[in-house]
Design a protein around this ligand. Structure first.
Ligand SMILES: [Mn+2]
Length: 240
């Protein structure tokens, strides 16, 4: 299994509030991506603290024999939620901070995913790009309730409003997914700084090519920046 990750500030933001953490040498490998929110540097703190806390807690849990991987993922995300939430209560500068999080544990059974917020996980497999996670965002809820179309959603103004985040409340609900991840498949974990800037058809085209993961990652970030780079852009690519 190979992997490549790249995080870029984009062209507008002064700091990078995205964080990704890869623990690929551990068994099983763990990948975490977080996109923080909050004033000053709070978003940066939320995402980096959450990513580090999830990776550390999850590794400890995975090292214990037996038990359900999804339960371990949910425990680790909840642990990080408490950690970030208490930081936000203890320090006024951190008040209201939070972060998205996507966690992926890869085993022979497939990709075990934990998800909160509007960062995304896609898998490119046998000719198609599949979005595995469902955004926890106002715009996604509006699409699902039929109030706006998927097309209208692309230019919807309150696009960045997320309806679920890690660290903003005492508890957090984590969505879980088990995705098939076959030899040759490419997984993309990314922040909304990519998906708000680059159409899925272009993402699919890049993932379908014979490029190295590094070239794919650099190209995706370049496309987001060419389109304006309005937000921080983070991509984690994994090929089985
Ligand atoms: Mn973002």
């Amino acid at each position: 299994m190979e992997h490549f990750e790249l995080s870029d500030k984009g062209r507008v933001r002064e700091i990078n509030q995205d964080a990704c953490l890869v623990d690929a040498e551990g068994k099983p490998p763990v990948f975490v991506l977080c996109d923080g929110m909050g004033g000053h540097r709070a978003g940066e703190i939320a995402s980096s603290e959450a990513a580090a806390d999830i990776a550390a807690t999850l590794r400890e849990l995975l090292d214990e024999d037996g038990g359900d991987i999804f339960a371990k993922i949910v425990s680790a995300v909840n642990h990080a939620n408490s950690h970030v939430y208490s930081m936000s209560l203890e320090n006024e500068t951190y008040s209201g901070m939070g972060t998205t999080c996507d966690v992926c544990v890869i085993t022979d059974d497939g990709a075990h995913i934990g998800h909160v917020g509007d960062s995304r996980i896609y898998i490119y497999s046998s000719g198609g790009l599949f979005q595995i996670t469902r955004d926890h965002s106002l715009v996604e809820e509006m699409v699902e309730s039929g109030r706006i179309t998927r097309d209208e959603a692309r230019s919807y103004r309150q696009k960045n409003y997320i309806t679920r985040a890690l660290g903003t409340q005492e508890g957090v609900r984590v969505d879980t997914y088990l995705a098939a991840f076959r030899p040759g498949d490419v997984m993309l974990m990314c922040s909304d700084g990519l998906t708000n800037m680059v159409p899925e058809i272009d993402i699919a085209y890049i993932l379908s090519g014979k490029m190295t993961l590094e070239d794919m990652g650099k190209r995706l970030v370049e496309l987001a920046n060419d389109a304006g780079g309005a937000d921080n852009i983070t991509v984690v690519l994994i090929r089985r």
